[in-house]
Design a protein around this ligand. Sequence first.
Ligand code: FES
Ligand code: FES
Length: 281
Amino acid sequence: MEVGYYSNAVTEESTRRSPRHAEGEKHMENKEKQPLEEGQRGLAEGDEEGARPVQVSRRGFLIGAGAGVVATGAAAAGYITLTPPKQVEVIKEVPKEVIKEVEVVKEVVKEVPVPAEAVSAEPSTRLRTVTLNVNGQDFELEVEAHWTLARVLRDSLALTGTKMACDHGMCGACTILVNGTPVYACMQLAIREAGKEILTVEGLAQEGKLHPLQAAFIEGYGTQCGYCASGFLVTAKALLDANPDPTVGDIKEALGGNLCRCGSYHEVITSVLAAAKAMRA
Ligand code: FES
Ligand code: FES
């Protein structure tokens, strides 16, 4: 069969063993049969040292060498330990230098004064009394210094109309009015709001009558799930108190800090416009 220059077809000729190949194999077979010389001898299993010479065939040698490589690899990988563990030294007595250093540290600690507040760990000692004016009424409350206004309104006064969503000053759900200005109640410490006028959504309705904003939100579908509604309502009240005839741009700007997950923004704006119109009439 003719084979082209670029063909990589395997011909019968190319697979045939060469005379040199056959010679080499014969040579190796003869070598395996030869008796071992001194120094090439090993021990058969169970024999006493030097009792019986063992011929190690090429195949046997390769298997043994392979096992050796595996064992070395396993040792390197930490699967087996080839060296015996070191003996652990047991210290029966604390060294004098260590005792001396501990005494020095004790002396230093004694000299550092501990603040009195840090010693009084009783919860009652951490409560402070504060008077909050909420929706036109004074409330004397015991609060901890780190409690937020949102927490006190909801947990201490049960005014749950103020919602908590992000608790990080990012969504506006907790908006209330403090002295007429919208603030995030989750970002204010209750203890700092003493003497200020606080208005929550519960304070919008007067004498059983809804505020025009509340009525307009109901009429104009200004809310879906309602979670954002109290924040929008009090913020819009602050806007209409300052600007009775706002434009859409004014409303968008004023309500820019309030988010609505339900996406009721269009209805919120039209509701505020409707409330403004009703209040001007
Ligand atoms: S809960 Fe206060 S800003 Fe979101
Ligand atoms: S109505 Fe659901 S978040 Fe505004």
